[in-house]
Design a protein around this ligand. Sequence first.
Ligand code: TRP
Ligand code: ZN
Length: 888
Amino acid sequence: MRTDQAPVISRLAYAPPAYSIEHVHLEFDLDPERTRVKSRMQLRRNPWAGADAPLQLDGEDITLQSLLVDSRPYVYAQAGGGIRLDKLPESFTLELVNTCSPAANTHLSGLYMSGGAFFTQCEAEGFRRITFWPDRPDVMSRFTVVLRADPARYPVLLSNGNLIEQRRLDDGRAQATWEDPFPKPCYLFALVAARLVSRQQRVRSRDGREHLLEVFVREGDLDKTEHAMQSLVLAQAWDEQRFGLSLDLDRFMIVAVSDFNMGAMENKGLNIFNTKYVLANPATATDTDFQYIESVVGHEYFHNWTGNRITCRDWFQLSLKEGLTVFRDQEFSQDLAAAAGGESARAVRRIEDVRALRAMQFPEDAGPMAHPVRPDSYVAIDNFYTPTVYEKGAEVVRMMQTLVGREGFARGMREYFARHDGQAVTCDDFLAAMAEANPDSELARRREAFARWYAQAGTPRLRARGTYDPAQRSYTLRLQQICPPTPGQGDKQPQLIPLRLGLLGRDGSRVRMRAEGAPGAGPAEAADEVLLVLDQAEQSFTLHEVEQEPVPSLLRGFSAPVVLDDGLGDDERLVLLAHDPDPFNRWESAQRLALARLLPAAAGEELRADARYLQALRAVLHDTSLDPAFQELLLGLPGEGYIAEQLPLIDPPRIHHARQQLRRILADELRDEWERLWRELAPQGGYSPDFAGAARRGLRNLALNLLCLTGDAQWQGRAYQRVKDADNMTDRFDALAALVGSRAELAPAALERFAAMFAGEPLVLDKWFALQASAPGMTVEQVRELMRNPQFTLRNPNRARSVISTFCQGNPGSFHRADGAGYAFWAEQVRAMDAINPQVAARLARAMDRWRKLAAPYAQAAEAAMRELAAHEGLSSDCREILDKALA
Ligand code: TRP
Ligand code: ZN
């Protein structure tokens, strides 16, 4: 067990491992109560280690039975949960036997049971819960794995790599032997022993090599595997086409498990997935689910090169694999969208990613858990699988691509693999390969300023002010960047910011410019768009041959993860909303226009939605040249969390109220449009989760949602009818959400019908629970009532999150209450969950990250609940780290 006084691990304290394990032969006698693990390792002292260097093996919640060095018993010392061996020869064989208890393992880390079957999760430090091992990613070994189990209960026995032997033993058990040809760190180890069925597909890579792809699920779920398989086939083809990276194994398996802490795991050749990111058919999954599956399947598949073939030297380098792999999965989804719906479909994906970044990562960067993309210290590494490491990390990689171009980026990737294939490396190594493969780029010239993206926490603020000189026909942009202080980081250096920009006339026309002369500016010929590269705290750029006073369109495509203050007013934003050729900035203008109306209301003033604003939105809905998915984004209001981040002090119920009011105004004022869209966007054929179909459904269901919000009984009746007879989950669930969201009289009956229809579908029930936990006006007592439902359990992370996290983190208008009842509930649930699953508990603990921004009396009540929780002894180090930082 981890203790209260868990040590802080520092990045600069890294020391390379004293010993390498060249090969390991692992044997498992699988038994739920007491699994026996036998391990035979071939070790060698590394050249840099002294002859007296001890061997440190980690171990947690496992029992050592015997230990032999070169076949002889050997003395060892207990050390920090693991063991230490001294006075070892230069090269030797270490054999040990230990036991573990999968049935008692509720952490879902290490070897555990789910639905009566065996699964593993080893990232980041789960392997030490299986056997004694130097549990660090820079020890890479070849694994041979022998599994023995009762074939009646566990007919399928899987591990990494290739199946080399399968047989029946004299005692009636089955035995399977797997061999992974690639050396790997232990966090990529996996085994599965279960009763499963699989969908199979054979594919050929460009070099002609054949591969078997398999998706394993429980019997009865096979009809929900087509989309995951299709996504896997697309991912395999995409990585070859875009980066020249082929599958390096004969066999690639995905296994779905319903009890899982995170989304999915990229174990070599044996990816293990949360069922949520595998199982989908039109009756049970929404368009959004289909899309998530595509990107998570892509993500884990892409890890095979970015993460597995080249891995992390230490966990501070986590973004080396996660930031890069998120970037790759985002590019994959964008390319697929563009193939289906053109460039505006690509932009839709980009906007969705930026919206998620701002909703999750910006608040993290502004709060007590702020940390650099490459953190400097941690207590529990599981707490650093964060939006900063993942999503901001992906933006950092994206900026590299912006600076060196798509071709240059592909060249940098080739250089990275040429240098480091088979190694455990650092974020610096990636940047070096990328920069040195593009020696003439701004990335190479100003690598130091760029590297600060890895080192400095906090979201830079970029202030931009332009002045037009009609006599010179020049436009001068004055730019200032500051990065706010974050915990442990006071003063910061300027970062390298790629700023894509264009200019528009007041009439919406494109205004050309020549950017010659400005340092880091684009081409010498006049152009519609330029890329400026900032690396100073203050810089000015002058654009020439600008024929009229322009409206600047700055930070196109969100070319850097910064907060932009462009000083523009409504007039300019309306021009951009109507005419900007950059879809991202069109959307951004709509968001800013909405914010300009919401923020005063969230601070206590009366909400005003003026005719000009409404007219601009009406024009969007009228513009038949726009993709419906893009129209839906333009009409979508900023989320409550994002609104909160714009305010110095927050009153969450008031923010919720202001946003609801504006939604109601959009519903009433644009009612004719919504009714027209409902008619015009009626389905043209059967359901298919493709981009165009999803886009139509999305906008049409937004229309239904707002029409229900008007309180019109007829529309609510129509929604109720759809809950009953829709032919797909997207329409059915959106109709249900429209009823719940408008607090319709029919909502309880609709919820009941829905639950009865999907009693046997856990993933659908999760949606049902979450919809209620996020409902406006939800009380703590009603949340408790949901938890009394016999289908509720704290032991399944998806289910627990669907109620508790959804209420505490996804329903700010109800969770934050003057009497503090929400906070007391939160504290109670964190404690209860911590006793079962510290990783999941620590994520829930983060619901209070932004408590210092709360207005009175919320902040006081929040602090009291947090201090009371923190006073409890026996909290996990995971939770303790979060609470200590929040209260510091
Ligand atoms: N590496 C996984 C990913 O693809 C993340 C992950 C899965 C994970 N399961 C985990 C991280 C458990 C920590 C603990 O992003
Ligand atoms: Zn990942």
